[in-house]
Design a protein around this ligand. Structure first.
Ligand code: FAD
Length: 368
């Protein structure tokens, strides 16, 4: 396997592999090292939504970035599936957020109205009344008083997406070193020299740090603040049933194999990804409020997983000032952003003339 390349990517989760996918398509040579199976890996424990609504309410540039990512998704997934034969089970027929509290619903209506204005009208949401949502989704009832609908929301099988990306990248020449944890880094005469814990030495002209929560430790090696922290989410899975939900919501979706997956916790639990009885009960109670028939289904599985959060929840895309050519890439919606990470973000990394302007996502915002 190659140990010299145009780009070295540190961290082969969904973010690192999406970026690798785009760089390889641009003709760059790429090495990816990915740490240990005992690392926290959000890419293997997430909910699987490609989701726009609710994102960037106070940061329209992020809402626009997310919206663009969702619009790029159909072509991205279609090409990945064709090239690899991996079924990603992507469905983009729109999605809902259900409301049971009039105050929260009216607040959401105001927020979306303001966001739509900030995006010059390009934010095609709708609100559905209680009867409209019950007609569209017969399983919905209980305390539901209405729902928001966004047409480009969707969902997929996130493990299959990860598998397809790895397979595509390896086919296109990625040197994928698994079980290699970056330990030291320096830059001499314009070339980065990276050494792993096991002694693998890699040379690269540019380095992308996409190590998820690992960026806390290795970000500072390249002059980054490394301001990422864990936020736990727990997910419940029911027994498999025949199709009953037409579209996903932000907290409830029916996966391609038939199980209903439920998850809505955002917990500060440090580096602890264990599931807890209290949260599982709360998640189930809330889901039953909008979908009472869920109470009749058996839960068969649950897990906890840690999100990778920046201080304001927005992505960080930043080139190091002390070691130019080193980039920090991190976000809390790596599934949703995968298509734009492959296309637009990879153009930014190569300095392409069509690269987007991304200064609003820089780490500089945390210096103030
Ligand atoms: C419960 C939950 C639900 C979620 N739901 C959604 C959703 O519905 N939609 C959505 O878009 N996003 C969702 N997310 C977020 C999404 O999963 C993450 O944004 C994404 O997985 C982050 O990917 P990553 O590659 O940055 O990090 P990770 O998947 O954590 O990968 C980082 C990789 O870096 C490696 N690494 C770390 N340190 C080093 C080192 N020193 N050297 C080499 N390698 C290293 C690790 O081994 C790991 O493989 C969810 C997350 C959680 C936890």
């Amino acid at each position: 396997m190659r140990t010299e390349a145009d780009f070295a990517i540190i961290g082969g989760g969904i973010v690192g592999l999406s970026v690798a996918h785009g760089l390889l398509k641009q003709g760059c040579s790429v090495i990816c090292i990915d740490g240990s199976d005992t690392d926290f890996r959000a890419s293997r424990g997430n909910f699987g939504l490609v989701w726009v609504q609710g994102k960037g309410i106070k940061a329209p540039f992020y809402a626009a970035w997310t919206q663009n990512a969702a619009r790029l998704y159909p072509d991205f997934v279609c090409e990945l599936s064709q090239e690899t034969g991996v079924q990603i089970n992507y469905n983009q027929a729109g999605g809902y957020e259900y409301f049971t509290d009039p105050h929260t619903l009216s607040q959401r209506m105001d927020e979306y109205k303001q966001l739509k204005e900030a995006l010059n009208g390009d934010y095609p949401y709708e609100f559905l009344s209680s009867s409209q949502i019950r007609a569209a989704e017969p399983m919905i009832g209980g305390e539901t008083i209405g729902a928001s609908f966004y047409p480009n929301d969707g969902h997929l099988n996130p493990l299959q997406l990860l598998k397809a990306l790895a397979s595509y990248c390896q086919k296109k020449g990625l040197s994928h070193h698994l079980g290699e944890e970056l330990e030291t880094a320096d830059k001499k005469e314009g070339v980065f020299r990276l050494v792993t814990k096991k002694g693998l030495t890699i040379s690269a002209n540019k380095v992308v740090i996409s190590a998820g929560l690992g960026a806390q430790k290795i970000g500072p090696l390249f002059g980054f603040l490394g301001l990422v922290s864990p936020q736990r989410g727990q997910i419940l899975v029911t027994e498999k049933i025949s199709p009953v939900l037409n579209r996903p919501s932000v907290t409830i979706r029916q996966v391609d194999e038939g199980a209903i997956q439920i998850g809505d916790s955002q917990e500060q639990s440090g580096f602890n990804d264990k599931e807890t009885q209290a949260q599982m009960s709360r998640i189930a109670r809330n889901a039953i409020k909008v979908m009472p028939k869920l109470a009749q289904l058996r839960l068969v599985r649950a897990w906890g997983s840690l999100r990778v959060m920046s201080p304001d929840g927005l992505p960080i895309y930043h080139q190091s000032r002390t070691l130019p050519g080193a980039f920090l890439i991190t976000c809390h919606s790596g599934i949703t952003l995968a298509a734009t990470h492959s296309t637009n973000l990879s153009l930014w990394l190569t300095g392409h003339k069509n690269a987007p302007e991304l200064s609003e996502f820089s780490e500089d915002r945390f210096h103030a």
